[in-house]
Design a protein around this ligand. Structure first.
Ligand code: ATP
Length: 236
């Protein structure tokens, strides 16, 4: 279980996350939905240890202490990894080199080799393109590579920032199918999405963020039926 309590994030004078508390139970898919600027990315970037002006408590089962006091590398080592928005893959490196980078905290060569094969099974398209430079992949393929690279740290919890952003509908479905597959293979998923419908459909539990605060929470199914969610995020 990953538990975030009273998280605050500031960027100078901007108070982006205001006392957010969320729970991500082991083995589940939890999603944060909300409009642009609601504080979704800031929440998972704080969990990743990437932000400076934070307060609150983030605990992870099996890890000692407050994650907010740890470095990004320590957080990855404790089993929590983020796949950032905008597919920050390295364009001049091949697909396979990008995957190797995701394993930078590991030194078990054999394990890394077999995990690359596992990522190729999840994403056959990446296998076909293992020697292609990351920057020449299509948007959807780059997204798959970004997810694959995050998986290479062998995380317990994978946090995905808007994996469907900019993808054609068919690819959105493929990416969400893969998220479910990753979850069914035992990974806990924290998913940040603007595509509320797709995210709620696969989520065990969901939180709605508005201007930095959680305003609504419930199971994915309950929120799909909630009139407030329908009105604001599902197009009425
Ligand atoms: P989006 O879906 O547009 O990414 P979001 O819900 O993920 O939105 P955040 O990216 O967390 O929202 O942004 C929350 C608020 O913090 C916004 O007002 C944003 O402008 C601000 N913010 C985010 N990053 C920075 C930064 N590096 N410096 C200053 N303000 C920032």
């Amino acid at each position: 279980m990953l538990k975030v309590s009273d998280l605050d994030v500031h960027y100078g004078g901007i108070h982006a996350v205001k006392g957010v508390s969320i729970e991500v139970p082991k083995g589940k898919v939890v999603t944060l939905i909300g409009a642009n600027g609601a504080g979704k990315s800031s929440t998972i970037r704080a969990i990743s240890g990437l932000l400076k002006e934070t307060s609150g408590d983030i605990s992870l089962e099996g890890a000692k202490g407050n994650l907010l006091k740890k470095t990004p590398e320590e957080i990855v080592k404790s089993g929590v990894v983020m796949c950032p928005e905008g597919r920050r893959i390295l364009p001049h490196l091949t697909v396979e080199e990008n995957l190797h980078l995701g394993a930078y905290i590991r030194d078990d060569k054999e394990g890394i080799k077999s995990d690359i094969q596992w990522v190729y099974e999840l994403f056959p398209r990446l296998k076909e393109r293992s020697w292609q430079k990351g920057g020449t992949l299509s948007g959807g393929e780059q997204q798959m590579l970004a997810v694959g690279r995050a998986l290479m740290s062998r995380p317990d919890v994978i946090m995905l920032d808007e994996p469907s952003l900019g993808l054609a509908p068919l690819l959105v479905k493929e990416v969400f199918d893969i998220i479910q597959e990753i979850n069914s293979q035992g990974k806990t998923v924290l998913l940040v999405e603007q595509n509320a419908f797709a995210a709620l459909k696969i989520a065990d539990y969901a939180y709605v963020l508005e201007v930095g605060s959680v305003v609504l929470e419930g199971t994915g199914q309950d929120l799909l039926r909630d009139p407030r969610v329908k009105e604001a995020y599902l197009g009425g």
